[in-house]
Write a protein that binds this ligand. Structure first.
Ligand code: PBG
Length: 329
């Protein structure tokens, strides 16, 4: 390599010789502070329903959340992100902005139980609409951008009103961040932050989530609003727009297949960068580990380390609780 003329004397293995030396030169160190834990919330009482496609993950009823919150906080994890499964679905997803909707109840319960735990809400329509798309449909089945924005404004206002610290719009509508900021500010919710799913790709890795959140599209796919997997430059445009519109935190999703995008977003923009280590990334590790083909702990921690190394300041991950425990041990 250029500059290293006496390469024979340069032996990088010297600094790998003992665990202590390796600790001294370790560039990327995970801590529970890095994690955000997703919670799926359902109606009912005493519910802890296993999610088949995501071993170890559950849907929880609201009464079960205080214990979850205490456990999460005691592991040193600073934040959760909420996904709600409504009692009923309709064309515009009315429960999404209902004062007593499932997520609104969950926010109040969590903030009551553990006030310092940061509560983030996923802001999207797909779990709430009877057609499973992330917006309002026209008669041809096209998701209408600006009509969708009006609904999302109602959603974030109700989330902020219930006490959410951060709202995370994930529908990839154009102008989403600006209209959400406007709606929050109009209500005096100046301190409610926006974590934008800024570069969200139309990914097969969301497969297991659709069982968890009961949100598969009834027809078609999400390619008219989520990004084409090959488009790295367009991802930077999406992020630049969200920065201009007032996003406080910039998310790239999924994580491992898009580390190049993550690295560029982190290098080019001066806002905290988040990565979503999604359901399919989790399920693949679980499935291979269950077959005895890989070691779950090693691969999960390696994955999270790689995501942090690439530039994530925070990682949404279903491994959050396990990883926090492993890091303590
Ligand atoms: C809502 C949403 C999805 C995910 C997060 N928010 C599903 C989708 O876009 O199809 C996926 C998360 C995961 O796979 O873990 N739109």
């Amino acid at each position: 390599m250029a500059g290293y003329t006496h390469h024979a004397s340069l032996r990088p293995r010297r600094l790998r010789a003992t665990p202590t030396l390796r600790r001294m030169v370790r560039e990327t160190v995970l801590t529970p502070d890095d994690f955000i834990y997703p919670l799926f919330v359902v109606h009912g009482q005493g519910q802890q329903r296993p999610i088949g496609s995501m071993p170890g993950q559950h849907q929880w009823s609201v009464d079960m959340l205080p214990r979850q919150a205490e456990e999460i906080a005691s592991l040193g994890i600073p934040a959760v992100i909420l996904f709600g499964l409504p009692a009923a679905k309709d064309a515009i997803g009315s429960e999404n902005f209902a004062e007593d909707g499932i997520v609104q109840q969950a926010i109040r319960t969590l903030k009551d139980a553990v006030p310092e735990l940061v509560v983030i809400t996923d802001v999207c329509m797909c779990e709430y609409t009877d057609h499973g798309h992330c917006g309002i449909l026209d008669e041809r089945g096209y998701v209408v951008n600006d009509a969708t924005l009006e609904v999302l404004q109602r959603v974030v206002r109700s989330h902020a009103e219930a006490g959410a610290d951060i709202v995370a719009p994930s529908g990839m509508m154009d102008g989403m961040v600006a209209t959400i900021r406007q709606a929050l500010d109009a209500d005096g919710a100046h301190n409610t932050a926006i974590m934008a799913y800024a570069a969200k790709f139309a990914s097969g890795f969301y497969g297991p989530f659709r069982e968890a959140a009961d949100s598969p599209p009834a027809f078609g796919d999400r390619k008219q609003y989520q990004m084409d997997p090959g488009n790295g430059r367009e991802a930077l445009l999406e992020v630049a727009l969200d920065v201009a519109e007032g996003a406080d935190i910039l998310m790239v999703k999924p994580a491992l297949p898009y580390l190049d995008v993550l690295a560029q977003v982190h290098a080019r923009f001066d806002r905290p960068t988040a990565a979503y280590h999604v359901s399919g990334e989790y399920a693949m590790v679980k499935a291979a580990a269950q077959n005895g083909w890989i070691d779950e702990r090693t691969v999960a921690l390696e994955s999270l380390t790689a995501i942090k190394r690439a530039g994530a300041d925070m990682i949404v991950t279903y491994f959050a609780k396990d990883a926090a425990r492993w890091l303590k041990a």
